[in-house]
Design a binder for this molecule. Structure first.
Ligand code: HEC
Length: 99
């Protein structure tokens, strides 16, 4: 995957969360009482909690099995630096939508 220069939640972050995180962090009663299932929750966890720390942490990685590849972690880091752009939902994506 190419690293997008202007990542947004809908285009970039949500698909990563759905692929790597929401299996366990699907709502606030799930693992670590941590939801990564919607924009507000992901922003909150990124801003105030240790999401960026854990996805880049060799000793306590998230997802637990092993760190995601560099390009994906870079996308999330860039997205946080840009101030969490929301973007526009891609209605052409055939996958089940977020809500
Ligand atoms: C296989 C299940 C599983 C997956 C997949 C998973 N997590 Fe977790 N996560 C956990 C569990 C269990 C904990 C609590 C134990 C710990 O902190 O290691 C946790 C803890 C965390 C914490 C610390 C929360 C706190 O309050 O200290 C963060 C941040 C986190 N996960 C982010 C993520 C992100 C981001 C992803 C996807 C890239 C992810 N996790 C994928 C199971 C999972």
């Amino acid at each position: 995957m190419e690293t997008p220069s202007s990542p947004s939640y809908h285009n970039d972050i949500q698909p990563i969360m759905e692929r790597y995180c929401t299996k366990c962090h699907y709502n606030k009663k799930a693992a670590a009482k941590l939801s990564l299932a919607n924009y507000a929750d992901v922003v909150e966890e990124t801003r105030y909690q240790d999401l960026l720390f854990r996805i880049n942490c060799d000793t306590m990685p998230m997802p637990p099995k092993r760190l995601m590849r560099d390009s994906l972690r870079t996308v999330i880091n860039n997205w946080a630096e840009l101030g969490y752009p929301l973007g526009i939902p891609d209605t052409t994506r055939s996958k089940k939508s977020s809500k």
